[in-house]
Design a protein around this ligand. Sequence first.
Ligand code: AMP
Length: 279
Amino acid sequence: MERPGWSLSDFQIGKFIGEGKFGKVYLAREKQSGYVVALKVIYKTKLQKYRFHAHLRREIEIQHGLDHPNVLRLFAWFHDDQRVVLVLEYAARGELYKLLRSVGHFSERTAATYVASLAGALAYCHKKQVIHRDIKPENLLLDIEGRLKIADFGWAVRSNAKRHTLCGTIDYLAPEMVEKKAHDYAVDNWTLGILCYEFLYGSPPFEAEEQQDTLMRIVKVDLLFPKTRVISADAKDLICKLLVKDSSKRISLDDILKHPWIVKNAEPSGSCIEQKSIA
Ligand code: AMP
């Protein structure tokens, strides 16, 4: 899927979409097919500065091997002297994070739809022996129909074995990662619990002013459900079954999809458009 013959001149470059740590993202159209894509243009000097080659190679290898409706497609990549260019599926509604911040919190229907989409996509990734390890709202995009897409596989690993590195964003870290113990697929299930809470309440459950306090709250599973918002008992039940310290006792991804809250609330099409979600 590396396209050695390709260059930026094969694309009509459209609007600038956004900028990440390693490069810029543009809307583009492949001239021959007319296909609309997002191009992530990464400068090799930046890769060198941050010693990010290995991460990028891993992101490319992993993401290219995945084909699921809730995983952002990486169609191809090419490079020239200065740049590496990823040809990505275009997620027209942008970051889920921005939508969540603009509406404050989601309805149970929207939250359940996104949790079900994530559980399906993660089950698919896990079957392919990929652990994402950095699932957070910033890494979740929405397509034109409001369907969730997991993006950014820079932190993902292929794994059969348990792993030891500490990575990911602090609020979403599983207790076994905070305690630097071996961890496996179940870290993504924990993160799903954090996200489910954040979708419903607008902020992650173990948030604190000091990072150290967040880490302590995670390890103690200091979980509180604020009275400021009325959330169904079924939703809380699912969160409690995901945020379990013993990773082997967390509800499985397949069982999440059978949980009464998901069955009752999730849109089977996976497509969900909250007000104000047009980027
Ligand atoms: P990143 O470099 O991945 O952090 O992306 C920089 C910005 O571009 C962020 O605002 C992303 O939401 C946006 N972006 C990245 N990839 C896509 C895509 N495939 N479709 C739409 N927006 C994207």
